[in-house]
Design a protein around this ligand. Structure first.
Ligand code: 3PG
Length: 400
């Protein structure tokens, strides 16, 4: 983007593919981190006199307009953060988008409605995606990719559109890639990775890669129960992916062979019921050792001994990557595990990176100061796929 700005963008229509996929509760944004993250790019372009056309997806609508997934709340929040009115187009490539873009003055910003309201955005068929990309291309002179959270998607606005316009990487993508390089090239050791979240199947590929890269892997969240079961423990009614047990068993063996310390919870908080996340009524969990989970109970957070153990395993790290909550942090009775890991990152003298998605939202909603971390990524799936060593379509499209 610096190259683009140096060449001058005044009067040019610049399409910024952002990731404004923010969590919403009844139309209210509960974490605006992703909107704040794209501000440097949007501001720089607007200040340089560009007509800035911001586009994004939000949620997973079914290829048709759906008010529950409107980007209108994100557009107003962007306007508040910029301190200037932002125009909003009620469609993506239709009359409203065309009129809104045509009406932009130099230095003004517009947001288009959710890209995924059009089936061409996510189509598997190249021609269908290409046709949608052609219509998006007609709205702009230049493309800036800055939606890091979506670079792992081969979608029209991420992958096909940059091929149709002069294209540049925005500030956010440059920062994110710079940080992830520190986790993949010349990593400072010990390199400790904490992984949580519900499903082990989402993390298999990254664990596979980390078994050759990391020094220590700490496992928490719902996925820990598949590891505990693979180790021979009963896990009651906890989340379990039986079909992943062979893979997890092989990973535990490989960890031992490679000298990677793979650490599992030694105690967990259990309850016969999943907590009510709306009322947040007291859940009154009990703490049990992880090899003594009662048959009728579900593990919902790591326990106090594990919190201490994980903090000690993170204490000497020179590099830390953390992705995925340790428990059901949305309920206060099950937030302590996630808080303890976040606190260990805050206390660390190493370079600490919080992977996006739930863990990024968790550190903010649990009241941690964002500046206390080395970096909080805006990409959950995107940062994991980067660490897996995959080619990310949205980065490949900007690289040529
Ligand atoms: C995310 O939230 O990880 C990104 O915005 C991508 O969203 P998606 O998983 O729906 O493609």
């Amino acid at each position: 983007i610096d190259e683009l700005l140096a060449g001058g963008v005044s009067g040019k229509r610049v399409f910024v593919r952002a990731d404004l996929n923010v969590p919403l509760d009844d139309g209210t944004i509960t974490d605006d981190g992703r909107i704040r993250a794209v501000l440097p790019t949007v501001k720089a372009l607007a200040d340089a006199g560009a007509k800035v056309v911001v586009a994004s997806h939000l949620g997973r609508p079914k290829g048709a307009p759906d008010p529950a997934f409107s980007l209108a709340p994100a557009a107003s929040r962007l306007g508040e953060l910029l301190g200037s009115a932002v125009a909003f187009a009620t469609d993506t490539v239709g009359q409203s988008a065309q009129d809104t873009v045509a009406g932009l003055a130099d230095g003004q910003v517009a947001v288009l409605e959710n890209l995924r309201f059009n089936p061409g955005e996510t189509a598997k068929d190249d021609a269908e995606r290409g046709a949608f990309a052609d219509r998006l291309a007609a709205l702009a002179d230049v493309y800036v990719g800055d939606g890091f959270g979506a670079v792992h998607r081969k979608h029209a606005s991420v992958y096909d559109l940059p091929a149709r316009l002069p294209h540049y990487a925005g500030h956010l993508i440059a920062t994110e890639v710079g940080v992830l390089k520190k986790l993949t090239e010349d990593v400072k050791r010990p390199y400790v990775v904490a992984l949580g979240g519900a499903k082990v199947s989402d993390k298999l590929a990254v664990i596979d890669e980390l078994l050759a890269k990391a020094d220590r892997l700490l496992i928490g969240g719902g996925m820990a129960y598949t590891f505990l079961k693979a180790k021979g423990h009963e896990v009651g009614i906890s989340l379990l992916q039986e079909d992943q047990i062979p893979a997890v068993t092989e990973y535990m063996e490989r960890a031992e062979k490679n000298g990677v310390e793979l650490v599992l919870p030694v105690d967990v908080l259990v309850s016969p019921e999943f907590p009510d996340l709306k009322t947040k009524a007291p859940a009154n969990p009990t703490t049990v050792d992880s090899d003594k989970i009662p048959a009728d109970q579900e593990g919902l957070d790591i326990g106090p001994k594990t919190r201490e153990l994980y903090a000690s395993k993170l204490a000497d790290a020179a590099t830390v990557f953390w992705n995925g909550p340790m428990g059901v942090f949305e309920h206060p009775d099950y937030a302590e595990g996630t808080k303890a890991v976040a606190q260990a990152l805050v206390d660390s003298n190493g370079f600490t990176v919080v992977g996006g998605g739930d863990s990024a939202a968790a550190v903010r909603t649990l009241g941690f100061d964002e500046n206390a971390f080395g970096h909080i990524s805006t990409g959950g799936g995107a940062s994991l796929e980067y660490l897996e060593g995959k080619t990310l379509p949205g980065l490949a499209a900007l690289e040529d």
